[in-house]
Design a protein around this ligand. Structure first.
Ligand code: NCD
Ligand code: ZN
Length: 335
């Protein structure tokens, strides 16, 4: 049994820099046509020069594959119209992080309200630059995304022409507001379709499943599955694959991030097959994102076969999700 995925897209990906970039880039660029590359380097990508030089390094690391990195800027509320106008041809979106909420987000925004972000968000609306948002408050960890819902609603209402993408949604609350605002969209990761907090901390602590936002309750996972498996048109795949060295994960003070790049397509096929929804995977993995962002990716065909794939224990110094386990599907060819 085979399935062919056309132009898979990863609409939220961390590729890092230097040796880590070299180690992980191809694990995405081989099987995905394009990916939105997150700007949370240290220091973050905040200038046009940063974007251009980071793109060169990503292109170099993925040069043996046909892949388009879709570059982003790290949101600052001093970006003005002129700056954004010059940046537009180099970027696909801008990513907004609340300050300090996740890995390398110290330089993020301290208060996210439509008044203080007005000039930048109005300029982005006019220039049609989408805004990707890490939507978590500083509250109790299980309530952070829920507490961010009014902020999404406020932004969506005050900037009706701005395309706002709720990144890596993990709760039913986020799923529930999707259809209320025409300019609100969402990405969903692989791991949040699979795990709940029980898998992370219900038994022995699993550092490789620890990420931001943290996996939530069963009813939340159900709501995400409902969106993804039915390929809700405002929802797209964004792996949020976030590699950290093994010693940063297996340490006292575990870095947040799950590394799924090398297993994402295989496991998505298994999941959609299990729920008899394979026919919807093409939309979730590519077609929806093309419509939402209005772009056409490089053509790529990924054929998966129902043949076991044993996940390597490690890729360099990074431990993938399902390390050492047997998956039902493997990638048999890419053209
Ligand atoms: C991401 C990372 O490591 O850069 N970590 C994570 O847990 N998802 C940052 C992010 O997307 O929050
Ligand atoms: Zn991320």
């Amino acid at each position: 049994m085979q399935i062919i995925l056309k132009n898979p897209l990863d609409m939220h990906l961390h590729l890092r820099d230097k040796d880590m970039l070299k180690a992980v880039a191809e694990l995405s660029s081989k099987s995905f046509s394009a990916a939105i590359i997150m700007p949370n380097l240290l220091p973050p990508i905040t200038t046009i020069e940063d974007v251009i030089s980071y793109k060169k390094r990503v292109d170099e690391a993925s040069k043996n594959t046909s892949f388009k990195p879709l570059m982003t800027l790290f949101f600052k509320n001093n970006y003005d119209f002129e700056f954004l106008k010059s940046a537009k041809e180099h970027i696909f979106a801008i990513k907004l992080y609340p300050a300090g909420i996740t890995t390398n987000s110290q330089d993020g925004v301290n208060s996210i309200d439509s008044e203080s972000l007005k000039d930048t968000l109005e300029a982005m609306s006019e220039l049609e630059i989408p805004l990707c948002v890490h939507g978590e408050s500083e509250g109790f960890v299980m309530d952070r995304e829920k507490e961010f819902v009014p902020i999404y609603e406020n932004l969506a209402t005050n900037f009706p022409k701005l395309k706002i993408i709720m990144e890596h949604i993990t709760t039913k609350d986020s799923a529930d507001i999707l259809d209320k605002y025409p300019n609100l969209y969402a990405t969903i990761t692989l791991h949040h379709l699979l795990i709940t907090l029980d898998d992370v901390a219900g038994g022995m602590l699993k550092p490789h499943l620890f990420c931001k936002p943290i996996a939530k309750r069963y009813e939340d996972r159900e709501a995400l599955l409902n969106l993804a498996l039915n390929a809700h048109p405002k929802v797209m795949f964004g792996s949020d694959s976030a590699p950290h060295p093994q010693d940063a994960k297996e340490s006292c003070g575990c870095a947040a991030g799950v590394f799924t790049a090398p297993i994402a397509l295989q496991v998505l096929v298994e999941l959609f097959e299990k729920h008899s929804k394979l026919d919807n995977l093409q939309k979730f993995i590519s077609d929806n994102a093309q419509k939402i962002y209005n772009f056409e990716p490089i053509s790529k065909s990924v054929t998966l076969e129902k043949k076991p794939f044993i996940v390597p224990d490690a890729y360099g110094e990074v431990i993938p999700m399902y390390a050492g386990e047997k998956l039902k599907w493997s990638i048999s060819s890419i053209s």
